[in-house]
Design a protein around this ligand. Sequence first.
Ligand code: FMN
Length: 370
Amino acid sequence: MAKIKTAFTERLGIDLPILGFSHSTDVTAAISKAGGMGVYGIAHDPPDMVPSRLAAIRRKLGSQPLGIDIMMPKGMPESETLDSVQAGLPQRHVAFVDSLARKYSVPNATRKTFYNTVLRTPDYFEGQLQALLESDVELVAFGVGLTPDAVARLKSAGKVVGALIGSPHHFDAYRDVGLDFIVAQGSEAGAHTGSIGTMVLVPEIVQMAGDLPVLAAGGIGHGTQIAAALAMGAQGVWMGTSWLSTVEHAQGDHAIGDRLREKLFAAGSGDTRVTRGSSGKPQRQIRSAWTEEWESPEAPEPLKMPYQHALVGDLITAIEEHEVDPLLHSPAGQSVTWSKSLRSVAEIMKELGDQTLRGLDCIESIRRAP
Ligand SMILES: Cc1cc2nc3c(=O)[nH]c(=O)nc-3n(C[C@H](O)[C@H](O)[C@H](O)COP(=O)(O)O)c2cc1C
């Protein structure tokens, strides 16, 4: 297997400059086992579930390094519950969501999921943070939002701490909180995203960051893009979409159903849309009737996080539970174009490593040309 080292991979003790984000414990473990670093997203795990999730990854992974991603968005309600928020939702929004359920004949949800049981609150985040402080994970990244206090506590517990940003303005806000690395995530990325492209954002943040290591994210699904990111001064990449269509993601917790996977295989780089319809914050997803309905003139302006989530949580759960084809969707970035068949994480990691070396050779041969 190719080994491609940077100062940051040396610090983490990994062989490839690839950090892979996933909500699946199987995918996370497989990325670390294949020479990169798996980063497990705990956004959907209530605090009391976090220790068992981490233990499940450790069982598969042994002592290899493990990262965790936590979301701590600002402005969440302090003293509300999901029920109290749902009781106060605007009638026009409730009527629109009911009309979607009727239009697409969506049966009621019977499952309890993150979407229909959790309200994002400061207490929820504090509980998750406490579980991470008590854990043996090596690295923690903040996905959306952070507090300087949370960074300081994680650093005191010996974790390598970083954050995802989508603009120079975010970097300015995080400059002095003591982070160990930054993930510069361009607009092409799956899930919550900004408006600046990866090719523009990465060198800009590398320049601003000075000695602080920067990882490139957003739209990366081919090793030549990793070579390009390294050429722009990044010390590695952070990828999410590429793991959705893997063998490991088809099984175990957070498994993706066959129908959704077929949509991912069929999608090209132009088949994603940014919508606020799922969480209330702009999120890049695979194009579907869900994204189209929220763009339609009849749709109300989506609510803010976490109110939009409280509005659509039951319907999203029902769409996934009953695999309601037109509305089935997933966060996915433009790199979805590289996912065309079911492959293992190890196979993808090997290919990414080989392609990166070819990309680096290409740069080197141009430099040496007379
Ligand atoms: C299905 C999916 C779910 C995601 N959930 C989160 C999340 O909970 N927290 C987070 O910080 N990033 C999340 N992301 C974004 C990734 O961390 C990563 O920045 C992004 O996927 C990189 O761009 P790419 O999708 O083009 O590889 C998610 C991405 C995907 C595809």
